[in-house]
Design a protein. Sequence first.
Length: 171
Amino acid sequence: MRLNLKDFLKSPDQNLNFEGQIEKNETEYVIDGLNINFPIGYRGIVTKLGDNLKLDLNVSYSFDTNCDRCLKPMKEIMDSSLEAYSFEENFIDESDSQSFQVENDEIYLDDLVISQVITSIPLKSLCKEDCKGLCPNCGVDLNEHQCDCSQDEQIDLRFEKLLNLFNDEEV
């Protein structure tokens, strides 16, 4: 998706609002295995800053994953924001996510949107904030059932000596 800035750059307007959707990944970014659901929605505003431009971009998307504690399948819904600036071509670093390039009076939004999706996926996903997870002994889902495993702390024999290390001292 390309955002044409030709008329905007010639006009006295200071802001250009836009919105749209990306129906499929047509960028060089590999997103296989991320289970991203399309379409990906975006909306934003381009602001003139003298000879440069500022881009405020909001991206809305969802992806399928499993809860990191109980392993139940779930859908995570995300909203993410990006603020980036355009500078003269010789100052642009393509690996910098805080900058973008205007080519032929156009901004290539696909790369910016997909890059924002990739960098905003959380490292940990939970089905609910207080998910109890699985019992480490029997594997039962503790959100649904109470297991019959011993609730006593099971001590790894390799660390048993450490238990008595501070018994005689005041902490």
